[in-house]
Design a protein around this ligand. Structure first.
Ligand SMILES: [Zn+2]
Length: 280
């Protein structure tokens, strides 16, 4: 089941490392021929199981399992600790059954947490997800909003686990720390927004082997399209902006980011979590 290519579609061989395919309108839940792969992130266990059940027949799709901070508790509310929450035990059991390419989404979101006690519990959930990822030798999909210092503290304590900081929105200094810890930055549609100066700086700087691209569709949208109506085809706009910024061809930007995505998520359930190239 494939849709005809639209004017926005990328040229071919692209990999979207953060596509909520199951959250798109039903008629948009198809991946065009240009996509070599995509990672469908987990929001919570029931959603992740449904997504894998629904799309698991497409070998280009990888699936992640985790409990996103927004699904952990309502905005501003104190979530239970992972050790006291049966949802954490259920995540561990489902991961042990195999078939997952990554652990996540998990992470820290300061505006959503609204206070330090909530943010601290989010940090313990991130730490617990990292331990699961270590056990199953999987990469982590991190959602991090204005909490990079705290998240890097957790990442530093578990150096055998890496992953991607998705929809990267931090500074280039924070990106240097992430890449030094072996993590990748996920550059998203904010690269197309006129005021996204920090993201452009990070996208211009990041080494190719630590740089992946994503749409986060439908939650984020390219400049000029309504918020919350993002489409997979937005990856074309991200790649064009990235290629222009780095002075390379579109084909090179596609090939380089897809190669990094493949290394991170391409292991068919047992991803290679270590970066081998020297860190710059
Ligand atoms: Zn997401």
């Amino acid at each position: 089941m494939r849709r005809a290519r639209t004017g926005n579609d990328p040229g071919g061989g692209v990999f979207d490392t953060h596509l909520h395919l199951d959250q798109l309108p039903a008629e948009a839940q198809v991946l065009g021929e240009a996509w070599e792969g995509a990672l469908v992130p987990g929001l919570d266990l029931p959603q992740a199981l449904r997504a894998r059940e629904r799309f698991g027949a497409d070998p280009r799709l990888r699936f992640a399992l985790g409990l996103h901070p927004w699904w952990l508790a309502p905005r501003g509310a104190l979530p239970p600790d992972p050790g006291d929450d049966p949802r954490f035990a259920a995540l561990g059991a489902a991961l042990a059954e195999g078939g997952w390419a990554a652990v996540g989404e998990t992470g820290l979101d300061r505006p959503y947490a609204q206070d330090a006690a909530v943010l601290a519990v989010q940090g313990r959930w991130f730490d617990a997800h990292m331990a699961l990822a270590a056990r199953h030798r999987l990469p982590v999909v991190l959602h991090c909003v204005r909490a990079h210092g705290l998240a890097q503290g957790v990442a530093r304590s578990q150096r055998d686990v890496c992953g991607v900081v998705h929809a990267y929105g931090g500074s280039v200094e924070e990106a240097r720390v992430w890449v030094g810890l072996g993590w990748c930055v996920g550059i998203g549609v904010s690269l197309t927004w006129p005021d996204a100066h920090r993201v452009r700086e990070v996208a211009a700087w990041a080494p190719w082997d630590a740089l992946v691209v994503e749409t986060d569709a439908p939650y984020q949208s390219v400049h000029g399209t309504p918020r919350g109506e993002g489409e997979p085809a937005g990856l074309g706009a991200v790649l064009r902006a990235l290629a222009a910024l780095r002075g390379v061809s579109l084909e090179e930007a596609q090939a380089r980011t897809a190669a990094t995505a493949r290394r991170l998520f391409g292991g068919g359930g047992e991803g290679d979590v270590s970066r081998t190239a020297p860190v710059t």
